[in-house]
Design a protein around this ligand. Structure first.
Ligand SMILES: C[S@@+](CC[C@H](N)C(=O)[O-])C[C@H]1O[C@@H](n2cnc3c(N)ncnc32)[C@H](O)[C@@H]1O
Length: 265
């Protein structure tokens, strides 16, 4: 990648720090216009993002949790979690997917949310106290260097986060390391067919807004394969019948979409 990774992390941390502390409107990739679409100079079609994100019941969650839902899909439904499982959420934000997962895996299960932004972690801890679930914990860390032991996780979730990483191969290597053999990946993420140009990538506001960090689906799938994942499936949420993981890389301008990604270790 052409831009400095440190600057990307700084821009991302600043954006989500502000969202967590209420200094900016909480919307990203779901229903608002703050993210994914109106970022300077980037023309994207986001038909797949409209409508309610979750088919799972969210009515039991406090407004503080649903109000800071910054995802672009529903990895919870994708994961079909079972009681007793250990679940890891990459880029857990205010905790919405962690809380839904914690309820589904029950007291015999355990959920770990990892996030790099201190304000998000504080917000997630306050939300945890409100929700009253004690089988969920939040850890500060990078998804490129997970603070999680190897071979300990049954299911990895992530919702609109991996696109933000300037080092996606490292994210998949780490995800593979911490999963138990047979473990499952269930991810919602922004992706493209075709690629953003250097100038678009240099727009850090668009990157932090879940737009120009998005990777071509063929490169995304290749990074997963290189890390060791098998049974890789990637579909556009708006056209789930068409499998995209095996397609060759596209050379045209980027078409941005919300993807459902599953794979196994
Ligand atoms: C778009 S928000 C999504 C939050 C949450 N998954 C949700 O659905 O509401 C992205 C989150 O990922 C975190 N994040 C972004 N890049 C990260 C990285 N490289 N390592 C750890 N956390 C990261 C941000 O701090 C932010 O909380």
């Amino acid at each position: 990648m052409s831009q400095d990774s440190g600057q990307v992390y700084e821009a991302v941390r600043e954006r989500y720090g502000q969202l967590a502390s209420g200094a900016s409107d909480a919307s990203c990739c779901g229903s608002g216009s703050d993210c994914c679409g109106d970022s300077a100079g980037v023309d994207v079609t986001l038909d797949s993002l409209y409508g309610s994100l979750y088919t799972a019941d969210t009515a039991w969650l406090p407004d503080e949790v649903t109000g800071l839902s910054l995802g672009c899909g529903d990895p919870i439904t994708l994961a079909a979690l079972q009681p007793g499982q250990v679940v890891l959420d990459l880029g857990s934000g205010g905790g919405i997917d962690c809380f839904m997962a914690a309820r589904q895996v029950g007291p015999a299960g355990h959920v770990i949310g990892v996030d790099m932004t201190p304000e998000m972690l504080s917000k997630a801890e306050r939300n945890k106290a409100k929700v009253g679930l004690d089988n969920v914990e939040f850890r500060q860390g990078m998804i490129e260097a997970l603070p999680v032991a190897s071979d300990t996780v049954d299911v990895i979730l992530s919702n609109c986060v991996i696109n933000l990483s300037p080092d996606k191969p490292a994210v998949f290597r780490e995800a593979f390391r911490v999963l138990r053999p047979g473990g499952q990946l269930a991810v919602s993420d922004m992706m493209t067919q075709g690629q953003f140009g250097e100038q678009e990538r240099a727009d850090l506001s668009a990157w932090a807004g879940c737009v120009t960090g998005a990777e071509d689906v063929a490169l995304y799938a290749a990074a997963m394969r290189d890390a060791g994942f098998t049974d890789i499936s990637i579909v556009d949420k708006a056209r789930p019948e068409e499998e995209l993981a095996g397609l060759p890389r596209e050379s045209g301008p980027a078409r941005l979409f919300s993807a459902r990604v599953t794979a196994r270790k």
